[in-house]
Write a protein that binds this ligand. Structure first.
Ligand code: BES
Ligand code: MN
Ligand code: ZN
Length: 497
């Protein structure tokens, strides 16, 4: 997909499809009014006929409008003008692209610029629009027999320039939006790949390839390396599988040498059967998505490298498969983490925290400005926040606020839960420094409390993406979240937002 900025009066734009907005109820936007005038009132006739009322998400495709240079005009409903904000704008662009996807148009111009929310001069809206276009056009076809027909696909998309936006700011926003969109797609594909393909070894290879393409320095620690480091907790999770564990470390350093890096830590369980505490069979296939935190770290690093952000970022991905087997960890086993703290494993299905804790200890060596871990950690998070909002927990209020704001501006929201000390007692064990589960009440919080015991040396936040990393049902598939949140967080830190 090629993105660009286009100026000129709407009726004169030569393009396969021109997208213009209609508000409820039948109110023409400036661009739609220009087409109406050029076509001697055709748009008004159509809205008057009841075929396009301006309802949010509705679209109507018109061919060869008299007086209009574009081959097609796509009317898109914007909903109530008073309620039109960043989210509605993004959704309107997405609806338009969904409608154009199945037409013969190979290029389009989106003339919704004047409607875009004016915050940051419209650049933010353009960034969102570009990533929304790629989001809609994403298709997983690695193992599908019917590959998409590329010859007829929408390949070029231009946007009219928002009023108060400079051309250079608009171009930069499109570059950023494309980087985010490609990163989301990469993250989705890693998630969607079957667990017999996307193994820890495969993730490590993907990281190495990203390193080769982007100049990010990548190292992969093997089992023996992890044994030497004392990562007994991480290694206990992979005891029951034939798949060798990997510990991926990626260093992107484009900031000042002296600047402490942001460290991102992503849970990379490529399949979570539960281990000896085996999960029920129904829906177990979806536990291939248990590496989506790790995939979001890969995606985020790909995006910031594409944008050449002047910032230092380290990505760590502990990656394992959690399987039952003759050598698997048993409930009751006690293991020693890299930090020296011992853990009684009371449930082998609470494995995410067991790999993250050693990665969080490893993170200390980077003397980080802050550490953010991203994990499909608890089913309880879905009960608390559903599939709408990621859970956020942190030992630092300023860092939490930064991440909440990044999620807000990326339309990829998170909400904070407390990790007060009162919850820590649920992790008490009679046989080790702590147990790995805290019982049913506040399951997401006690999981974060477990992690907090390994993050005392730095500012830390934890994103529980159990509810947001993928969708179930007929639209089953990875979402690529929280890549938009993470990229916005880093854009802001690099002074580029
Ligand atoms: N990967 C799961 C969490 C999960 C479950 C994410 C369902 C998305 C959908 C995690 O490893 C897990 O199994 N957590 C347990 C923890 C419990 C044993 C304390 C859970 O949430 O049930
Ligand atoms: Mn589990
Ligand atoms: Zn898991």
């Amino acid at each position: 997909m090629e993105f660009s900025i286009k100026s000129g009066s709407p009726e004169k734009l030569r393009t396969g499809a021109l997208i213009v907005g209609i508000y409820e109820s039948r109110k023409l936007t400036a661009a739609a009014a220009a087409l109406d005038a050029a076509s001697k009132g055709r748009i008004g006739e159509i809205t008057g006929s009841g075929d396009m009322e301006g309802k949010a998400g509705s679209t109507l495709l018109l061919h060869k409008l008299p007086g209009v240079a574009a081959e097609r005009v796509l009317l898109v409903g914007l909903g109530k003008e008073k309620e039109f904000g960043a989210r509605e704008y993004r959704d309107a662009v997405a609806a338009a692209v969904r409608a154009l996807r199945d037409t013969g148009a190979s290029d389009a111009v989106c003339a919704l610029a004047d409607e875009a929310p004016r915050k940051s001069g419209g650049a933010r809206a353009l960034r969102q629009a570009a990533s929304a276009v790629l989001d809609v056009l994403y298709r997983y076809d690695t193992h599908a027999r019917h590959k998409k027909d590329e010859s007829r696909a929408l390949a070029k998309m231009a946007f009219t320039l928002p009023k108060k936006c400079s051309a250079s700011a608009a171009e930069e926003a499109l570059v950023q939006g494309a980087a985010i969109g490609h990163a989301v797609a990469f993250t989705k594909t890693l998630g969607n790949l079957p667990p017999n393909v996307c193994t820890p070894t495969y993730l490590a290879e993907q990281a190495l390839e990203l390193g080769r393409k982007s100049g990010i320095a990548v190292t992969v620690l093997e089992r023996a390396d992890m044994q030497k480091l004392g990562m007994g907790s991480l290694l206990s999770v992979s005891a029951g599988t034939r798949q060798p564990p990997k510990f991926i470390a990626m260093e992107y350093r484009a900031g000042k040498k002296a600047d402490a890096p942001v460290v991102l830590v992503g849970k990379g369980v490529t399949f979570d059967s539960g281990g000896i505490s085996l999960k029920p069979g129904e829906g177990m296939d979806e536990m291939k998505y248990d590496m989506c935190g790790g995939a979001s770290v890969l995606g985020t690093l790909q995006a910031i490298a594409a944008m050449k952000l002047p910032i230092n970022v380290v990505g760590l991905i502990p990656t394992v498969e959690n399987m039952p087997g003759g050598a698997a960890t048993r409930p009751g086993d006690v293991v020693k983490s890299m930090s020296g703290q011992t853990i009684e494993i009371l449930n082998t299905d609470a494995e995410g925290r067991l790999i993250l804790c050693d990665a969080l200890t490893y993170a200390e060596r980077f003397e980080p400005a802050c550490v953010v871990d991203i994990a499909t950690l608890t089913g309880a998070c879905i009960i608390a926040l559903g599939h709408v909002t990621s859970g956020l927990m942190a030992n630092d209020d300023a860092l939490a606020d930064e991440l909440l704001a990044a999620g807000q501006s990326a339309l990829d929201r998170a909400w904070r839960l407390p990790i007060w000390d009162d919850y820590q007692e649920q992790l008490k064990s009679n046989f080790a420094d702590m147990g790995n589960i805290g019982g049913r009440p506040a399951g997401s919080i006690t999981a974060a409390c477990f992690l907090s015991r390994f993050t005392k040396k730095y500012k830390w936040a934890h994103l529980d993406i159990a509810g947001t990393a993928w969708k179930s049902g007929k639209d089953k598939g990875a979402t690529g979240r929280p890549v938009p949140l993470l990229v916005n967080f880093l854009l802001e830190r690099a002074g580029k937002l």
